[in-house]
Structure formats: C-alpha cells, structure tokens
Ligand binder design. Structure first.
Ligand code: NAP
Ligand code: ZN
Ligand code: ZN
Length: 347
C-alpha cells in the first residue's frame, strides 16, 4: 500500500521550499524501506529547484545524498536486512541490460536510468528525493555505509564523494601526479580529501584566499587564488589533472593552460549556461577536455569503503529543515563549509 510521508518540496520553479507530504510506493519484493536520517544539500538541488537546467517536475523534493536505516525489506531482498545503515545517491534505477549497466556504469545507462528525484520512474510516477523522512528503493540501488563513518558525514559522499572519486580513479590520480581541484565547495572539498588519500600532490584553485587554511587541513599541498592573474602565469603547464567543480561558467581556456601536455581538464560542474572553448587550447598540448558524472553502484560502494578505510567523511553543517532556503542562498554565495546536511528528524 502506498504511504504518505513528510517532505520539503519546491512547489514551483524558484518558489521557496516548504513542508508537504509525498507518496511512497508499497515495499515490493525487491525493495527496502529506508528511514532517512540525513540528506545533504548538493548544488544540483538548487539548479533543479530553480529550474536552471529546464524541464523540472514540480512539486520537486530534492535530495540525492541520503543516509538512513533500513526499516523494512521485501520478501525477495538479499542484500540488506532491517537495521542496516544504507545510502542512496543520484539514481534509484537503471535498465540493467545495456552495455553500461553491464559494466557497472549505471550512471551512463543507455536506457536513461531513473534519477532519485525530478524524474519519472518506470511506472511513470514522479520520483521524490531525500528531503523527506522515508524512501522506498530497489535493494540494488541502496549502498552499504561502513561502520566507520557516521551517517551525517556519510550522506554527502553519495554524490559529492563519488563525483570526485570516479574521475580521480579513472584518470589515475596517485603518487607522482599533480592534481588541481577548482572550487572548494561540497564537491571540491571531497576532491581534496580523496586525491590526498590517493597520494597525489593536490593544489586548490579557489576564487579568494579565504579558504586557504581549511584547504591545508583537508589535505591540500598548495593553494592559489584564481582572482590573482599571476596564478595562471605561475601554474602554466603544471598539472596532470585539473578537475573543475565550479557551478558557474568558467574561462576554460585559462584552466586548460594549466594542464601539462597529455594531461586532462575534467569538468564535473554543471553550469546553467554553455561555455566557449578555443580548440587551440587542446591541440597545442594533446590535451583532453572531458566530463564525468557521479559513479556506478559498485564504484560508489568502493568509494564508501575507501573513505571508511582512510577515515574520510564530509565537513558538514547540520541544519533543521526550516533552514533549507537560507542554506541555498549561502551555497550560491560560496559560503558553505563545506556541505549543508539536513537532519531528517526535523522534516
Ligand atoms: P558548491 O558547494 O556551491 O561548490 C562550488 C564551488 O565553486 C564554490 O564553493 C566556489 O568555490 C566555486 N565557485 C562558485 N561560483 C564560482 C564562480 N562564479 N567562479 C569561480 N568559482 C566559483 O557546489 P557543489 O555542490 O560542489 O556542486 C558544484 C557543481 O557541480 C554544481 O554545478 C553541481 O550541479 C555540479 N554537480 C555535478 C555532478 C556530476 O556528477 N558531474 C555531481 C554533483 C554536482 P571557491 O569559493 O573555492 O571559489
Ligand atoms: Zn549532487
Ligand atoms: Zn542501462
């Protein structure tokens, strides 16, 4: 039987989020019911709640950084039991048969996949995300949160953590590699922690010097302000890998100038407007300009286990749900250190 649960939703594009209720489907044979404990606020929630990417489905319950406890399992569930600590990230289903699903790259599912919110599920029903008290998901799309990480600091790993882990692993960040992380926000601070734990030499490129001390504490070896034009001269041709986490359009030619010959600039930020790039920025040094989106289920589990093994979690500010709108403004102003996490007991 469908149940009704409390949630925070944007009733329309750009409208402030407010308390409401949403339906959750009955727990099917392969489903788990999760009591949500914490939900991170990702900048993607803000882009979508304000319809910056277009085609938003309203009312919208954002939230794809979910950590909670399994409170019920379907008759056919084998991966989880009641009481398990679990997480849900950016998608809750995929076709399971395309070449990408078969390779564990469900995030690139050719059949489309089903986003955790702002999407229609396989029955045509809208999906509602983690700013809510409970969620029902197929057991295959719930991750195990290792004992070593508390649920509040684990929640942001489900998007921010995996979004940086995946390209760092794919482009082989590690000892002897120079990695730059552009933008020290929710994604960026996890990039610094993970790249450092992988053994890379890590540089933070931030708009100002305000976050310098934090960056060192998080594991950065070097820090530069991008507002200082000398930064681009000093660092020309330095990095094997530059990862941009910036939510607004950037001068990609300037950032490509920081990449070594045969190096890569990988963009994970999702600005609302297109950017212009001169192809001369690539051909002059056989450089790669690439994108990357979250990670697959197996890789997300690998990331959670890696974070537990290295004692990594997100740096968070826990807020009650009635401060979501204020938190959104602070994220937009780059005034977050470094992820807002909603205490779901206040929803
Ligand atoms: P965030 O916490 O707001 O961090 C973004 C950081 O970028 C800011 O803290 C700021 O860092 C920097 N920044 C912001 N505006 C800037 C500007 N105009 N010029 C230069 N730097 C600027 O956001 P987030 O949650 O990390 O998400 C970042 C972006 O990634 C968003 O667009 C989001 O939608 C996207 N995203 C993509 C994926 C994916 O799978 N590819 C997954 C999650 C999120 P400083 O203060 O240090 O400069
Ligand atoms: Zn996200
Ligand atoms: Zn697929």
């Amino acid at each position: 039987m469908t149940t009704t649960v409390s949630a925070y939703a944007a009733p329309a594009a750009n409208a402030p989020l407010e308390r409401t209720t949403v339906p959750r489907r009955a727990v099917g044979a392969h489903d788990v019911l999760i009591e949500i404990k914490y939900a991170g606020i990702c900048h993607s929630d803000i882009h979508q709640a304000r319809d910056g990417w277009g085609e938003g489905i309203f009312p919208m319950v954002p939230g794809h950084e979910i950590a909670g406890i399994v409170t019920e399992v379907g008759s056919g569930v084998t991966k989880h039991v009641v009481g398990d600590r679990v997480g849900v990230g950016c998608f809750v289903d995929s076709c399971r048969t395309c070449e990408y699903c078969e390779r564990g790259l469900e995030q690139y599912c050719a059949g489309g996949g089903t986003s955790t919110y702002n999407a229609l599920d396989q029955h045509g029903e809208p999906t509602y995300g983690g700013y809510s008290t409970h969620i029902v998901v197929d057991e295959n799309y719930a991750l195990r949160i290792p004992e070593g990480i508390s649920l509040d600091v684990a929640a942001p790993l489900l998007c921010a953590g995996i979004t940086l882990y995946s390209p760092l692993a794919h482009w082989q960040a590690g000892p002897g590699k120079k990695v730059a992380i552009v933008g020290l926000g929710g994604l960026g601070h996890m990039g610094v922690k993970i790249a450092h734990a992988l053994g890379a030499e890590v540089t933070v490129l931030s708009q100002s010097l305000k976050k310098q001390e934090d960056a060192r504490r998080l594991g950065a070896d070097h820090y530069y302000a991008t507002s200082d034009p000398a930064t681009f001269e000093t660092l020309a041709g330095t990095f094997d890998l530059v990862i941009s986490t910036v939510s607004a359009p950037l001068d990609f030619d300037a950032y490509l100038s920081l990449v070594k010959t045969d190096g890569a600039l990988v963009n994970v930020g999702a600005p609302e407007e297109p950017v212009k790039v001169s192809l001369f920025s690539l051909i002059g040094g056989r450089k790669t300009l690439a994108g990357s989106m979250i990670g697959g289920i197996a890789e997300t589990q690998e990331m959670l286990d890696f974070c537990a093994a290295h004692g990594l979690g997100s740096e968070i500010e826990v807020i009650p749900a009635d401060r979501i709108n204020e938190a959104y403004e602070r994220v937009i102003a780059s005034d977050v250190r470094y992820r807002f996490v909603i205490d779901a007991s206040t929803i």
